[in-house]
Design a protein around this ligand. Sequence first.
Ligand code: NAD
Length: 290
Amino acid sequence: MKIGFIGLGNMGGPMAANLARAGHDVTGFDTADVTIDGVAHAASAAEAATGAQVVVTMLPNGQILRKVAAEVIPAMDKGAVLLDCSTVDVESARAVARQAQDAGLSALDAPVSGGVGGAQAGTLTFMVGGDETGFNITKELFDIMGQKAVHCGPSGNGQAAKICNNMILGATMIVTCEAFALADKLGLDRQAMFDVVSTSSGSSWSMTTYCPAPGVGPQSPADNDYKPGFAAELMLKDLRLAQEAAAAADADTPLGEAAMKLYAKFVEREDGMGRDFSAMLPRFEKRGYS
Ligand code: NAD
């Protein structure tokens, strides 16, 4: 397949490399002038999109996505697919999809879970919103870049699934860290805490797969001095998107809001910037009841 790939950063770079390695004809563009093995270099987003059957975007936010979409949509052939894998607000995803459909294209929002490790290994999970035709055309690409793609319904529903998932993740990571810090103060050994909770009703992915306590449970960023992994500022971005969506949809999400406020404090007023989102545990260790 002839593929244009726009946004070759931490996630997009390895995703584009995997598509090229699988034999696809990939042309990439990034404003940072990145070179990726096996990916041809274009001088602009429109050049990367010209003649492509699928244009993949992997960009920082909705505002940049809207700008790039305005450049690439006029350059794309009718029937081609605009496949956005960035995490953006539901409104931007739906606006870009409408614009693409008006130009005779298929449009999919397909944010990912799995992080940089998953992008490199080709084991991402895609949550996909948009039309069935586009999903069927891009299915073979999802199979290369990831291990699972779930079609969640019309445009915007992929982003909706992503922010709901990450709102649960943010809140469960916080409470798992709180519980470890409380257990410390109650004299409970961290290994015993893990052994009990990981097989009890308080268990979650944050405990069993990404345990925030160093030396306990599986290897995780906690064992690497809380280097990300999934950076606290990226979690903050997703929690803010969840709150924007909740306000727009008139949904009551008090724990999601509390999680967003705590990550905002951690990243913007404390030492959370650039640390893994599980570094909430050392944060709680230093604090008392208030
Ligand atoms: P990144 O900052 O490493 O990459 C973004 C790239 O987009 C950069 O290389 C930047 O130069 C490029 N870019 C910016 N504006 C551009 C433009 N106008 N035209 C072309 N290129 C442009 O970010 P990332 O970690 O690769 O994340 C990308 C997206 O994936 C984000 O939406 C993020 O929320 C999401 N995501 C990231 C992770 C993660 O663990 N890093 C996990 C899941 C989802």
